[in-house]
Each structure stands twice: as structure tokens, then as C-alpha cells.
Design a protein around this ligand. Structure first.
Ligand code: C5P
Length: 234
């Protein structure tokens, strides 16, 4: 172990095509209360002095980003990949080039989650740093879950032990990079970082977060995000 203090980095994958969103431009640039959605998603990280750098993974020659790029010298750009996990992997490569240590911490947060409350970020960092396999914000499943075939119910799924995984997710830099590389090598589809760690036998800690930390996927979610942010202003 080096004597250097451990650093905390953030990674924001923002190279999705947002096909379910259905607007002319990618959802991260949709207007939300006078700012681009991605500006809201970045804000809780840039607001913290203890974040060493924030890597954003973008599609090549993203025409919108230069207009919304916050003026913060800690921002680092990385190329997006074909899948979310590849975008995160590229962002971790950019951090390796900047000397990130294996024991440093990395927070990964969807560019499409503009309603992260800073107190949830505090809670994740505080609890996650004491967890050997990292941690993620999550919420217990409240609805009854159905399994369907051809649009008809074939089964009701026991929800007692089920959680909805959200972001940010917090892991050590070295183990996360290695887990994502292993998943890519074996062709396993990864939709969040925790699942890559799980594939390696890790047991990330669930930190219960606010259910209003929504992911904007469809156009209707934008109105929900607007309402969440408006309520916080009051
Ligand atoms: O598509 P979905 O909403 O699950 O994407 C979650 C996040 O991953 C978004 O912020 C999106 O921009 C990002 N992403 C990415 N590279 C991809 C696909 C998605 O950075 N190839």
C-alpha cells in the first residue's frame, strides 16, 4: 500500500442513445427546470470538495456536451462504449491514466438520474466505505411482481427479498475494473456495476436510498423529475 491518501472519483456514463426516451436529442440534454438534465446529475458530485475527479463517458463528437459542460477543472472526458459497462470501463481506463490507485474509491452514477439527494450520497459514502465489497443505493420493492409470458401472468414473484438497484454505486477502483474486465471477457451482460462484483463472488451492501432518485428513461419521467426537484426548492 502506498502512503498516498485514498481518493474518491466519480464516473458518469452518458453515452446512451436513449432510444426509449423518444426525443430528437439524447435524454441527458433534455431541459429540466432551466438546466440540462446532465447538469443536475453532475451537480452533487461537483459540489463536494472531496471528489478528486469526475469522468464522463460520451459518444464520439457529442455535439451537445460542449454547451453544457460545467466549468470545473476536475471534469475528465472518456469515450463511450457500445454498452453501459463498456462506457464505465473506458472511464476507469481514463482514471488509471491519471494514477488512480487500486484502493481508491469510485462512485458510478447514471447521467440519467438528476434527483440524487446529497444526503443519500453522504450516506452511501459513509456506509459503503466500511463494506468490503462496496455498496449501492437501492430501494425495497413495494409492488407485487408478476412474471409474464405473451402478456399474461404465469407467476407472482415473492418480493420480500427484492430490491431495486439505483445509483450511485461505490466500489474500490481495482476490484471494480477487474470485475468489469472479467465480465467483458466472459460475455456476461452487466447492467450495473454491482452485478460485475457479484459475478466475482462479492456481496455489495444495499444502502436504502430515497425512491425519488429516479432514472429518466421515458419522456413521462421528465415531469416526475421536475416535480421532485420543484418540491425540494420549497
Ligand atoms: O439506457 P440506460 O438508461 O440504462 O442507461 C443508463 C446510463 O448509462 C445512462 O446515463 C446512459 O447514458 C449510460 N450509457 C452509456 N453507454 C451506453 C449505454 C448507456 O454510457 N452504451
Amino acid at each position: 500500500m502506498s502512503d498516498l491518501p485514498l481518493r474518491v472519483w466519480a464516473v458518469i456514463p452518458a453515452a446512451g442513445r436513449g432510444e426509449r426516451f423518444g426525443a430528437g436529442r439524447p435524454k441527458q440534454y433534455a431541459e429540466l427546470r432551466g438546466r440540462a438534465l446532465i447538469e443536475w446529475s453532475l451537480a452533487p458530485f461537483l459540489a463536494r470538495a472531496d471528489i478528486a475527479g469526475v469522468v464522463i463517458a460520451l459518444v464520439a463528437d457529442d455535439p451537445d456536451w460542449p454547451r453544457f459542460r460545467p466549468a470545473d477543472s476536475r471534469l475528465i472526458e472518456a469515450p463511450g462504449g457500445a454498452e453501459r459497462a463498456a462506457s464505465v470501463g473506458n472511464a476507469l481506463d481514463a482514471l488509471a491514466e491519471r494514477g488512480a490507485g487500486d484502493s481508491d474509491w469510485v462512485l458510478v452514477h447514471d447521467a440519467a438520474r438528476p434527483c440524487l439527494d446529497p444526503t443519500d450520497l453522504d450516506k452511501l459514502l459513509e456506509r459503503g466505505r466500511n463494506s468490503p465489497d462496496g455498496a449501492l443505493l437501492a430501494a425495497p420493492v413495494d409492488d407485487t411482481l408478476k412474471r409474464a409470458v405473451g402478456g399474461c401472468v404465469v407467476d407472482t414473484v415473492e418480493r420480500r427479498d427484492l430490491w431495486r438497484a439505483m445509483t450511485p454505486q461505490l466500489f474500490r477502483f481495482g476490484p471494480l475494473r477487474q470485475a468489469l474486465q472479467a465480465a467483458a471477457a466472459s460475455g456476461i451482460a452487466i447492467t450495473d456495476e454491482a452485478s460485475a462484483i457479484e459475478e466475482q463472488g462479492g456481496r455489495p451492501l444495499l444502502v436504502q436510498g430515497r425512491t425519488d432518485n429516479i432514472k429518466v428513461t421515458r419522456m413521462a419521467d421528465l415531469a416526475l423529475a421536475d416535480a421532485v426537484l420543484a418540491a425540494r426548492e420549497h
